[in-house]
Design a protein around this ligand. Sequence first.
Ligand SMILES: C[S@@+](CC[C@H](N)C(=O)[O-])C[C@H]1O[C@@H](n2cnc3c(N)ncnc32)[C@H](O)[C@@H]1O
Length: 202
Amino acid sequence: MNFPLYRSHIDLAHHYWSLLVKDGDIVIDATCGNGWDSLILAKLNPKILYSIDLQEQAIEKAQVRLSAHLSAQAYEKVQWIHGSHVRFPEEILPGTVKLIVYNLGYLPGGDKSITTLTETTMQSLENGKNLLACGGVISVTCYPGHSEGEREEQAATAFAKSLDPREWSCCYHQWLNRDRCPSLLLIQKISKTEAQRHRGKN
Ligand SMILES: C[S@@+](CC[C@H](N)C(=O)[O-])C[C@H]1O[C@@H](n2cnc3c(N)ncnc32)[C@H](O)[C@@H]1O
């Protein structure tokens, strides 16, 4: 089957990131896992890519993948963080990050009991929001096919809905004719003046 544009929420997310990230941006992969998303992000030529995961096994797999597919120069820009995304490294200053990526759930091919959890995901989103530069985005892929994933999706979309539309642009993509299918939530920090100009056109 040929899909004209996007086959999945992941295709859509990757395309969106490629439009957003410019050379020299600071980018965070908050759920590095097997490194597929980190590889896409590293190829966008960021100044630094922070790749975070709770599981050492995931970081190691991602390191193998990225070292095999990136130049030494691009690989050196990746900062590997074995730990929770609840707290981001202190060296990342508020207002400086272009993109923070969450691909929620458990490590494909790994231990399904180690999954992202609603409480910690929500704390991380709140902390991550303060790190975004103007125009910066939090991208969240949600997996409502399992119960914790459904809770996370509900909490993350409620969080996005609660944000002031003068400062935040939030949208949500879902394939409507696929049951309990994954979704993509995008939360963009916009300036108040941009929001006012946009509303003036409508
Ligand atoms: C769906 S996988 C990510 C897939 C990955 N982005 C890729 O491209 O392969 C979710 C990952 O989140 C990690 N994780 C779960 N809770 C976390 C936390 N609190 N902080 C950081 N990573 C976490 C898991 O260990 C798992 O590797």
